[in-house]
Design a protein around this ligand. Structure first.
Ligand code: NAD
Length: 256
């Protein structure tokens, strides 16, 4: 019997088959989970629907996290279709491309607010709607962060600040939702070639650097992140909340 037999998981953030969210979805499916997917914008709907169908999911819902009415509608639909849910995977972020190159000091007010809104506040907005659906079900919330929350990386700029806010949000939500039996954790993934990552200036340099300096002398795959997601969202991690686990080939332990 799979670890997620009779469990329902909502996956937010699949853009294509390279998405970290897609690797997580595949692993949860393998362990028996029933899945629903959310997407932002019609262009992504066409890509997500066939992927969802390949895992037996027909629930593909529009949910731009900057729009409260879309979030409300998505969770109302989930309540109507499922009655409850067990896992919320938040694997999404956004910053304008011009904020992800050059000097951090040049970050605009609008760019700062947008990155914070999509990449950090959205975890609060989605968790609040998921909470009543997780009542009495040992719920799990999982988000994706990056080491740029803790240390400075060239060009990561405002996204590093947003990820720092996201990791703090994980702790505050964990403290808040523990009494409801809901655990909240993050995976800090090493660099992986995805659509979002390609928006970061000189991303290839980060990949090369991690490959040569990390203890495991490699870059991680989305599949490896998916495996840790199974652990964190399953009963295997029943004593773990408010945690940020690095899945980065050990890169974060290296000083020099
Ligand atoms: P991706 O491009 O496949 O996924 C990003 C997703 O964010 C897309 O599905 C996109 O539609 C969604 N998104 C953007 N704006 C949105 C909005 N307003 N409303 C709803 N969804 C929105 O890239 P990915 O690398 O799989 O990114 C997933 C998560 O992993 C992100 O939080 C990212 O910061 C994080 N992460 C990525 C890496 C990496 O190197 N790829 C490393 C560490 C952490």
């Amino acid at each position: 019997m799979g670890l997620f037999e009779n469990k329902k998981a909502v996956i937010c953030g699949v853009a294509n088959e390279r998405s970290i969210a897609w690797a997580i979805a595949q692993h949860l499916h393998r362990e028996g989970a029933e899945l629903a997917f959310t997407y932002a914008g019609d262009a992504f709907r066409e890509r997500v629907e066939p992927l969802a169908a390949s895992l037996g999911s027909k629930l593909v819902l529009s949910c731009d996290v900057t729009k409260d009415d879309e979030i409300d509608a998505a969770f109302e639909r989930l309540r109507d279709e499922w009655g409850g849910m067990d896992v919320l995977v938040h694997s999404l972020a956004f910053a304008n491309k011009e904020e992800l190159k050059g000097r951090f000091v040049d970050t605009s007010r609008e760019g700062f607010m947008l990155a914070m809104n999509v990449s950090a506040y959205s975890l609060v907005a989605l968790s609040r709607r998921a909470l009543p659906l997780m009542a009495g079900r040992s719920g799990n919330v999982l988000t994706l962060s990056y080491y740029g929350a803790e240390k400075v990386f060239p060009n990561y700029n405002v996204m590093g600040v947003a990820k720092a806010a996201l990791e703090s949000t994980v702790q505050y939500l964990a403290a808040d939702l523990g009494k409801d039996g809901v655990r909240v954790n993050a995976i800090s993934a090493g660099p992986i070639r995805t659509l979002a990552a390609m928006g970061i200036g000189d991303f290839r340099e980060i990949l090369n650097h991690v490959q040569s300096r990390s203890p495991l002398n490699k870059n991680v795959t989305a599949d490896e992140v998916g495996k840790t997601a199974v652990y964190l969202c399953s009963d295997l991690a029943s004593g773990v909340t408010g945690e940020v686990i690095h899945v980065d080939a050990g890169y974060h332990v290296i000083g020099m």
